[in-house]
Design a protein around this ligand. Structure first.
Ligand SMILES: *Cc1c(COP(=O)(O)O)cnc(C)c1O
Length: 359
């Protein structure tokens, strides 16, 4: 399949690079392709960023048949633009799609499309410390009807959004609220798919936690309400008596690429890393005895987010004196070092976006 490119005649003026925030500004172009049962995925095109028009009966509006991904393009000090493990995002996109009955994409083809789009938008990829171009592939059903069944037609798109350093004033520990009333996902549900439904389920708890002064929610499993799952849009890790522990993936937790990378890096650094079930009672016990020396979240947006406080049943538990721990810092330095080309990539995680893919 060819990708046709229509360049914008009216490039946007560039934003204030020091106040980008996250996900507020979009570049000049988007990638689109359509799916029909007859043609499969077709009409791959890069076009100027435009609003799209849909019937009010679009099935995705009512029934949420959509999946997405999130990855970043980074510019190194040498001026090279690179992606971090993008093939894993493509693979996960298809895992999510399968769960939502969305037809699979050609992973290699879409990765080429990402590179072509990023190369075209290269003047939106800054080399400023901590900035990156966030890429958001999305697919959703486009049938126009109210009957509940998988859509027959789909749209796939990739949006690009320049974003600033996640921590404007440097990495700092966050406060987490252990949610005991609402659940995000259950085994057998859609928790391991990257899909809007999981976020819809999380909004109420997130809003209530924010009111109490917490920045994120720590989810417990939806069946027994006792096993730790994840934090907002991040996987979670605990350092307990020098062993790094992260919840086992059993169907309700998203398999984060940062999580996977963190496990490998920490093992290479000589840490013992266990993927296992861990209960909230265990965590509280280890917090009280002092065995819990660090906790942190991992995800593409923040990379590593140290946790300085847990709120659980009206009691506050402070972790590591509310300071950044050495495991969190070492992991953050290694991951961002590889992403920004400051540390040599020995694991084949980096894919360079070369200018000649503009075509
Ligand atoms: C995207 C996401 C993560 C983090 O995944 P990464 O691949 O590390 O960015 C974790 N949890 C949820 C619910 C997510 O949507």
């Amino acid at each position: 399949m060819n990708i046709t490119v229509t360049k914008t005649q009216n490039p946007k003026s560039k934003p204030d690079w020091n106040n980008l925030g996250f996900g507020n500004i979009f570049t000049d172009h988007i990638f689109l392709m359509n799916y029909t049962p007859e043609k499969g995925w077709h009409d791959a095109r890069i076009v100027p960023f435009v609003n799209l028009e849909f019937s009010p009966a679009l099935i995705t509006f009512s029934y949420g048949q959509s999946v997405f991904e999130g990855l970043k393009a980074y510019r190194t000090d040498d001026g090279i633009i690179q992606l971090f493990r993008p093939a894993n995002n493509m693979e996960r996109f298809n895992i999510s799609s399968r769960r939502l009955c969305i037809p699979a994409i050609d992973e290699d083809f879409v990765l080429q499309a990402i590179k072509k789009l990023v190369a075209l938008e290269s003047d939106w990829v800054l080399s400023n410390e901590g900035t990156s171009l966030y890429l958001r592939p999305v697919a959703f059903g486009t049938d126009e009807r109210l009957g509940v069944r998988p859509s027959e037609t789909y749209l796939f798109m990739i949006i690009c959004s320049p974003c600033g350093a996640y921590y404007a004033e440097g990495m700092s520990p966050i406060k987490i609220y252990v949610e005991t009333k609402f659940v995000r996902a259950v085994k057998g549900g859609i928790g391991e798919a990257k899909t809007g439904g999981n976020y819809a389920a999380s909004l109420k708890a997130q809003a209530e936690a924010s009111k109490k002064g917490y920045s994120q929610v720590l989810w417990l499993d939806g069946r027994e309400g006792k096993y730790l799952e994840e934090v907002g849009a991040m996987n979670v890790f605990f350092v307990i008596d020098d062993v790094v522990v992260t919840p086992l993936l059993e169907g309700s937790i998203l398999s984060g690429i940062t999580r996977l990378s963190a496990i490998e890096i920490l093992r290479d650094k000589g840490y013992k890393v266990e993927e296992r079930r861990i209960t909230i009672d265990e965590l509280i016990h280890f917090a009280e005895t002092g065995s819990l020396t660090e906790a942190f979240g991992t995800g593409t947006a923040a990379i590593v987010s140290p946790i300085g406080e847990f709120g659980y049943n009206d009691i506050k538990y402070i972790v590591n004196n509310n300071e950044i721990g050495k495991v969190s810092q070492a992991l953050y330095d290694e991951l961002t070092g590889i992403q920004y080309g400051k540390i040599e990539d020995l694991r084949g995680w980096i894919e360079v976006v070369s200018d000649d893919v503009i075509g």
